[in-house]
Each structure stands twice: as structure tokens, then as C-alpha cells.
Design a protein around this ligand. Structure first.
Ligand SMILES: [Zn+2]
Length: 457
């Protein structure tokens, strides 16, 4: 292709804290409108903000996980603009000194540079209904972390992988649920296109209102195509902020801008500089959880296939469940197989699945019986051991007992028996099947096979 896309990304992440960034109002998803408000987050005159320490810890965790340099001293600033969902008429954010800067993250082997990570407050939420716009101030003042990348992404697929990687990371850190549908993670890509080989970046356009991974992918793809069309017909791309129309799957200009808006940033006079002591940073570093890439590497080292390790890394809930079960079975590959292929949404108590896996390995029950038992454990909530006893599903490995069953099978199929004994070895499988049937699927197939082979001499 003659053109190439250059994409940068701005992410806003709602941090998972009990209370808002500068007041003690609760952070709660789905609360009745305007329930969690107070004079501070409503922007009443004369009130003073008090910084939430937990939010600072979360932001610092993000900055550390993104390999950022940390500013030991950072300032809060006022970003002034006039909009109905901004009660104070300004947003408290970090401008000249973000908490973290100059970091990077590895996305499928590609290094994406992180320009900055900073802390700021969320605006209120505008809800459009018919001819009216309603404002819900529950959201005003929720702590956000903003993550800005350098323009290191080159395709819609890249952008999707980047966001998914960050989503997983944020969940591991426990700083956000990062659910795009709930608005806890919002991404605004800026897209430009240039002729291949050209150094200079093209004019970039920002896309807003991308509420899902699917929209993100489609929005960027659409915008790249638009810009290529404009450039190939000799036109010039105009700088703009675009809104993604999810229904029509097109972008529409929200505003065209000739230059950066002037937000008249100035230092927030009501908050002292944020000082992070060496001890505080050390403490946070010490309490960092295992990160996704570390986890994946560990799982592979423990003997899992890359594919399985990947699933148990991306799906945190399943991964944590796996950890619990494997601690009771000490057999990573076998445990991964069960946790990945045999479980849908409902997970039984870890000790029950571990009991089943161990029982199959010890030859107490067959694999198929194990699967059946697992189903019942999930549906009825009964212990696996009890189900096995009740149903008499214990596997038969006793050689004498199995020899009798083989003989019985031979008697039932004399013709096949003769063909088998005159050299038609493929009939071994047929007789294994017959013995399994006779035993009510409880015979140990390995022992059955060995017995038949022994009898053949
Ligand atoms: Zn409040």
C-alpha cells in the first residue's frame, strides 16, 4: 500500500476507589442520579479539595507498570473550559508534571512508548433524552488516570491489541475494572496518514465516543480510509475532532479546530504540590502484583503450552481459579486442560475439581466419568467424592475382574474373536469398546488393552 497510518492513543481510566478524588462522596456504578454529591464535587464557592491517597497509589501503580519515570514532585493544575458537565468551570488535572512520563509497554513484541500518565478528576455525565439533556453529578470528581502514548501504533489491529493489553494490565493491578461498556475505560485514538517513506506526520484527527473494542477497530479503520481517499484525490486533511456514530458506522466532525484550544492552564492554588517520598514509592513497588507478561512467562515455564498460558493470563478470573486448583494437583498441563476446556462460566470449589483431576490420574475413575461428575458437582453442588460413591463410578483396574469381562466379550463375539486371534489386530479396539460397555464404562481402558494383548500372546 502506498499510504501508512500513524496512530496515537489517549486513554481515560476510572480508578477503583471507595470515594472521589477530592471529596468523600462514594464512587458507585449505577447509583440513582445525583445521589453521591456534596458541595466539593458540585463546585460550590469556598470549598476546598482534599486529595484521595488511594487514587495516588493507583496512579503510581499504573505509572510503574508502564515503566514510566516517576515525578517525585508533581503539581495539580486547573484546566479551564466552560461546559455544563463541569460544575467548577475547570477541571483539576496535572499538566506540566504528570505522575509518570517516558514509559513503554510491550504489545505482542512491539514496544509502544508512553508519553505520560497523570491523575485528574472526571466530569459529570450528560444524559440525552428526547429534547432534554440531564446531568448526573455522581460521576463528577471520580478519579481518572489519563494515559497518553506516542504515535507508535500503525493499524486498527495494533490499537485493539494495545487497548486489550492495557485492559488486562489495569485489572491485574486492581486499579480499575476497565469495562469499556460502562465507560470505565475510554479511548480516544488520534489518526493520521502519510505516504510510505515520508518522515513528516500527516494531520491528525481525534476520534471520540468509541465505546467498545469493536467500535475502536471500526472507527480507526473508517478514519484511515477517509484520509487516504482525501489524500489520493489531491485534497488536504483538516484537523478535527470526530465523533463515532455507532449506528451508521461513520465518523462525524464534532468540531474542526484550527489550533489547540486554549485551556488557560494555571497551578491549582487550593492544593499543595504532590510529594512522593522514596519510601512511599518503594512501598508501592513492593506491593505490585504479578503482571500479565510475568504471569504468562511463569505459566509457560511451569509446562503450559503458550496458547493455554495466554488464556489463563487474559482471563484473570479463570487464571486465579487455575492457580487454586493447580496448588492441589501439582500437575499444570492436566489442570489447564480441565480448567480451559471443561468449565464454562460456573467454577466449582477448587478442591472439588482438584479431587476429580487427581482421581483420574490415580486411575480411580475414568476421564469420561470425571467429566460427568464435574457436571454434577457444578449443577448440584455436591462433593465429587460423594457422587462417585453414590453412582458406583469407581474405575475398575482389577486384572482378574477385567480378564473375566474380556472373556465374556469373546464369548459374545466368536467370529470377531477368531479373526482377532488369526492376526486381525485392529479388532483390539473393537473388544476394548465391548469390555467398556460391559463394565458400564468403568473399566480402565489401559488395563483392558493390556489384558487383551496378553491373552493374544
Ligand atoms: Zn463530593
Amino acid at each position: 500500500m502506498e499510504f501508512e497510518a500513524v496512530i496515537g492513543m489517549e486513554l481515560h481510566v476510572q480508578l477503583k476507589t471507595e470515594t472521589k478524588l477530592f471529596c468523600s462522596c462514594r464512587v458507585e456504578f449505577g447509583a440513582p442520579p445525583n445521589k453521591n454529591v456534596c458541595p466539593v464535587c458540585l463546585g460550590m464557592p469556598g470549598v476546598l479539595p482534599v486529595l484521595n491517597k488511594k487514587a495516588v497509589e493507583h496512579a503510581l501503580r499504573v505509572a510503574i507498570a508502564l515503566n514510566c519515570r516517576i515525578n517525585r514532585e508533581s503539581l495539580f493544575a486547573r484546566k479551564n473550559y466552560f461546559y455544563p458537565d463541569l460544575p467548577k468551570g475547570y477541571q483539576i488535572t496535572q499538566y506540566t508534571t504528570p505522575i509518570g512520563w517516558n514509559g513503554w509497554i510491550d504489545v505482542n513484541g512491539k514496544k509502544i512508548r508512553i508519553k505520560r500518565v497523570h491523575l485528574e478528576e472526571e466530569s459529570a455525565k450528560t444524559v440525552l433524552e428526547g429534547d432534554y439533556a440531564y446531568i448526573d453529578f455522581n460521576r463528577a470528581g471520580i478519579p481518572l488516570v489519563e494515559i497518553v502514548t506516542e504515535p507508535d501504533l500503525t493499524s486498527p489491529g495494533d490499537a485493539v491489541q494495545f487497548v486489550k493489553t492495557l485492559q488486562t494490565l489495569l485489572r491485574y493491578l486492581g486499579v480499575s475494572d476497565a469495562d469499556m461498556e460502562k465507560g470505565q475505560l475510554r479511548c480516544e485514538p488520534n489518526v493520521s496518514v502519510r505516504r510510505r517513506g515520508e518522515e513528516k506526520l500527516g494531520t491528525r484527527r481525534e476520534i471520540k465516543n468509541l465505546n467498545s473494542i469493536r467500535s475502536l477497530e471500526r472507527g480507526i479503520r473508517y478514519e484511515i480510509d477517509q484520509q487516504i481517499k482525501i489524500l489520493s484525490s489531491g485534497g488536504e486533511v483538516e484537523r478535527a475532532t470526530l465523533l463515532w456514530d455507532e449506528k451508521e458506522e461513520v465518523t462525524r466532525p464534532m468540531r474542526m479546530k484550527e489550533e489547540e484550544e486554549d485551556y488557560r492552564y494555571f497551578p491549582e492554588p487550593d492544593l499543595p504540590p504532590l510529594l512522593l517520598t522514596e519510601d512511599f514509592i518503594k512501598e508501592i513497588r513492593k506491593t505490585m502484583p504479578e503482571l500479565p507478561h510475568e504471569r504468562k512467562e511463569r505459566l509457560i515455564k511451569e509446562g503450559l503450552r503458550e496458547y493455554d498460558a495466554d488464556i489463563l493470563t487474559r482471563d484473570l478470573e479463570r487464571g486465579r481459579y487455575y492457580d487454586e486448583v493447580v496448588s492441589l494437583t501439582s500437575d499444570p498441563p492436566e489442570t489447564a486442560k480441565w480448567v480451559i476446556t471443561e468449565l464454562k462460566e460456573k467454577f466449582p470449589p477448587a478442591r472439588e475439581l482438584a479431587w476429580i483431576i487427581n482421581a483420574v490420574k490415580e486411575g480411580k475413575i475414568t476421564r469420561n466419568a470425571g467429566k460427568e461428575i464435574l457436571k454434577e458437582v457444578i449443577e448440584k453442588g455436591k462433593p465429587a467424592e460423594e457422587i462417585v460413591k453414590e453412582k458406583g463410578m469407581t474405575q475398575v483396574s482389577d486384572e482378574e475382574e477385567i480378564r473375566k469381562l474380556v472373556e465374556q466379550a469373546f464369548e459374545m463375539h466368536p467370529e470377531e474373536k477368531e479373526r482377532l486371534f488369526s492376526g486381525e489386530r485392529k479388532l483390539v479396539g473393537f473388544f476394548i469398546g465391548e469390555v467398556m460397555k460391559l463394565s458400564g464404562r468403568r473399566a480402565n481402558p489401559g488395563v483392558v488393552k493390556r489384558m487383551i494383548e496378553e491373552m493374544l500372546g
